[in-house]
Ligand binder design. Structure first.
Ligand code: NDP
Ligand code: MG
Length: 384
């Protein structure tokens, strides 16, 4: 069941692990895309020999073209290039692990080309869930979740008969580096502290999102779209050890969970090989070694981001796109030392004070993303 892959976000945390999985499966990678870092991308291209590659940054793409002039590879650039990689004819499946809303149009391009998509890029669904799920229906395309919680739910739903009813989805959450802290404790948080995630090694944006708990709010919205679930039927539980990756509660109150060591190569591989399971490079789970699994209710007072996202998806339309865009902008400001950590969620919450329209087209989604970033910049400017 070899599949030819197109991989977007190849040089990132998920991208590198996806290449490891593909290599061990002996699957070819026919197309690849990255953002702006030429050297690591060149190394990957030389190793995996794709036929088409893209870089979001035009200058980086021009530089890459010169560096790999000796290879039979087509180099493309910008959003158009990313979409070409996503819709390339000689791929059986696309894995999208681009960071942020930049992944939205490439996901749509893959779907419109009829490719199943293994989706790590959660911002695709948070910002444009309605547009993307409609396109999937129209083109008969599947979205396979890579995000560990959503992969867990997807796995727990495998035994569910077609008309069986999952009553609740329960997303687990590590609690991030600031579990147990108070609002006052968060005032002086540094970037270095925010990046010290207890269990997972990930890209910058998702690591900061995990520290604010915005990541779990975004995942709630992602779960609504992937599993067609009412947001009020999606619960969040803090689970410090990141061994139970999420759970499904059925009508009879039986609860099914998926467990494993915290290693993204399990959900990445399952998204690629589904419905089959094959041996993986990940070590087996030893519950005896884990010893104890702990669970806590989230502290919504200190971390209001989950409820903020719940409110956004309940309002619907472009509210989630606006929250996603504003958050991406706020995290970029925090990473650049221009916004304190404690200001991220309150500023993003102010986005909800504005009216946002219907999410009826890809252009409307992208406009809301741009407008919300601009608004966030203005709100951040007012602080000083
Ligand atoms: P990284 O920051 O590690 O990697 C991001 C990738 O996207 C890199 O290849 C980067 O290229 C590329 N990229 C960055 N900006 C752009 C752009 N504007 N256009 C095109 N490509 C771009 O992120 P992660 O791998 O951690 O996360 C990727 C996605 O997967 C996110 O949506 C995240 O929420 C999701 N995810 C990640 C998990 C994880 O464990 N890391 C777990 C679950 C979900 P370059 O290197 O050139 O900058
Ligand atoms: Mg996750």
């Amino acid at each position: 069941m070899e599949k030819r892959l197109s991989l977007l976000g190849a040089t990132g945390s998920i991208g590198i692990q996806a290449l490891d999985v593909a290599e061990k499966l002996h699957w070819p990678v026919t197309a690849m895309a990255a953002g702006s870092r030429v050297l690591p991308f060149e190394e990957q291209i030389r190793k995996f020999s794709p036929r088409v590659v893209a870089m979001a940054d035009e200058n980086a793409a021009a530089d890459l073209k010169v560096r790999i002039a000796d290879l039979p590879v087509k180099v493309t650039a910008g959003t158009e290039g990313l979409c070409e990689v996503a819709s390339v004819a000689n791929a059986d499946m696309v894995l999208n692990s681009v960071m942020g809303v930049a992944g939205f149009l490439p996901t749509l391009a893959a779907v419109e080309a009829g490719h199943d998509v293994a989706l790590a890029n959660k911002e695709t669904l948070v910002a444009g869930g309605a547009v993307v799920t409609d396109a999937c229906q129209k083109h008969g395309v599947k979205l396979l979740p890579v995000d560990s919680e959503h992969s867990a739910i997807f796995q727990c739903l495998q035994g569910c008969p077609p008309h069986g009813k999952a009553k609740k989805l329960i997303l687990t959450c590590s609690g991030g580096p600031f579990f147990g802290k108070t609002k006052a404790d968060l005032e002086a948080v540094t970037l270095e502290q925010a990046l010290a995630h207890p269990n997972w090694s990930m890209g910058l944006k998702i690591t900061v999102d995990s520290a604010t708990m915005m990541n779990k709010g975004l995942e709630l919205i992602e779960a609504k779209w992937l599993f067609d679930m009412d947001p009020d039927d999606i619960d969040i539980i803090i689970h410090r050890e990141s061994i139970v990756h999420s759970l499904v509660e059925y009508e009879d109150n039986s609860v099914i969970a998926q467990l494993g060591v915290p290693d993204m190569r399990i959900p990445i591989q399952y998204a690629l090989t589904w419905p089959e399971r094959v041996p993986s490079p990940v070590k087996p789970l030893s519950l005896a070694e884990a010893g104890k699994l702990t669970f806590f209710a989230p502290d919504h007072e200190t971390f209001p981001a989950i409820n903020l996202c719940r409110e956004a998806i309940k309002r619907g339309g472009l509210y989630p796109a606006a929250v996603s865009g504003a958050n991406e902008q706020a995290v970029a400001l925090f990473a650049a030392g221009k916004l304190p950590f404690a200001a991220i969620t309150p500023l993003v919450a102010r986005i909800l004070e504005h009216p946002w329209g219907a999410a009826d087209s890809a252009e409307a989604v992208l406009q809301a993303d741009r407008d919300s970033r601009q608004l966030l910049l203005e709100l951040a400017g007012e602080r000083v």
